[in-house]
Design a protein around this ligand. Structure first.
Ligand code: 13P
Length: 342
């Protein structure tokens, strides 16, 4: 049963709508330290707190980013970091007109009794952590659950456990006045077909929205972060952009209630160009009749070119910022169905 809209519900709905307003999307800047270090290692960048701070400073001082990005998802380390001159990074984000958010899941762990499947930790102590993040200025949060497609998986138990955890997290967020970004990611890894991904995505989202309903989450005050419906990375048959756009929106139409203000896609390992192209195709075909914003919450598909250019060197900061801004604009254009390719 949904509660009557009250002040908190209205505030949540306003924030959720603001995150995807004006054809903007989210920048996922919330790589955990191990993930960030792994990416740095690939480009020969030293894996230190100082370098992670420099990199995040590069991003949040990119002039004009707020024109394309409505919200930035931070990590626990980043939300506490300061620019070299002492200004908190979160203040720079707010001053740029970007809403700050925070990743709060405790990372994926092997699920007991379910080889090859994972579950997120992090519900214990979440209420207190959200209160602190809210004090620090975060207005929304993100929790990523992972579903793997493989031989005999995902199991019903894995889908239900992750859906339940996502819904409990979302309820805690709304209690704290923060918009939950609910992310059940069906991974691209594997040789499964697009049809199999569609089937699993539909089942997962059905279960997630069932649990959100049971936990009394206000749908108007949340964002769904979904995967696109894609063939597995090593599937021999790779569908066209239009086929992917149609399969994705058709699947979402069946299981995502119209009360949800926005769906922000993750990029999941697609190239930056393909992610923009597919988002563009969805908006070209469906923007006028889709009940929710078809938006983005990319990490790799926005930041990849910036990592490649920066390489940890001060002299490359401006060029890296230009590459970042370019990708952010490409995705804003894709939301308008106006992306022209690179
Ligand atoms: P990618 O866009 O790199 O998949 O990251 C999105 C994200 O935040 C995963 O949680």
């Amino acid at each position: 049963m949904q509660r009557e809209p009250g002040t908190n519900e209205q505030k949540l709905a306003e924030t959720a709508n603001a995150l995807v307003a004006l054809d903007k999307g989210l920048l996922a800047l919330d790589e955990s330290n191990p993930t960030c270090n792994k990416r740095f290692a690939r480009y020969g960048i030293p894996q230190t707190e100082e370098m992670r701070r420099n990199y995040r400073e590069l991003i949040v001082t990119t002039e004009g980013l707020g024109e394309f990005i409505g919200g930035a998802i931070l990590y626990d380390e980043t939300i506490r970091q300061k620019k070299k001159d002492g200004t908190p990074l979160i203040k720079l984000i707010i001053d740029a007109g970007i809403i700050p958010g925070i990743k709060v899941d405790g990372g994926v762990k092997e699920m007991a009794g379910h080889p090859g499947e994972q579950i997120c930790e992090g519900l214990d102590g979440l209420r207190a952590r959200l209160a602190e993040y809210s004090q620090l200025g975060a207005r929304f949060a993100k929790w990523r659950a992972v579903i793997t497609i493989g031989n005999g998986i995902p199991s019903q138990a894995c889908i239900e456990a992750n859906a339940h955890t996502l819904a409990r997290y979302a309820a805690f967020c709304q209690e704290a006045g923060m918009v939950p970004v609910v992310e059940p990611e069906v991974l691209m890894d594997g040789d499964h077909t697009l049809e199999r991904c569609r089937e699993v995505t539909e089942e997962v989202l059905h279960s997630v929205f069932d649990q959100l309903y049971r936990q009394r989450v206000t749908l108007e005050g949340m964002i769904l972060k979904a995967n696109m419906v894609l063939p597995g990375l090593s599937c021999p048959q790779q569908e066209t952009t239009i086929e992917i756009a149609e399969a994705t929106v058709k699947c979402l139409m069946r299981v995502v209630p119209a009360a949800v203000p926005g769906i922000t896609f993750l990029s999941g390992g697609q190239s930056a160009e393909l992610a923009s192209e597919r988002l563009n195709a969805m908006n070209m075909r469906f923007k006028a009749r889709s009940p929710w914003a078809l938006a983005f919450s990319f990490a790799r598909a926005i930041q990849q070119p910036a990592w490649e250019i920066w390489q940890g060197k001060e002299a490359n900061v401006v060029a890296a910022q230009q590459a970042l801004l370019h990708r952010a604009k490409c995705n804003r254009d894709a939301r308008r169905g106006e992306y022209q390719g690179d």
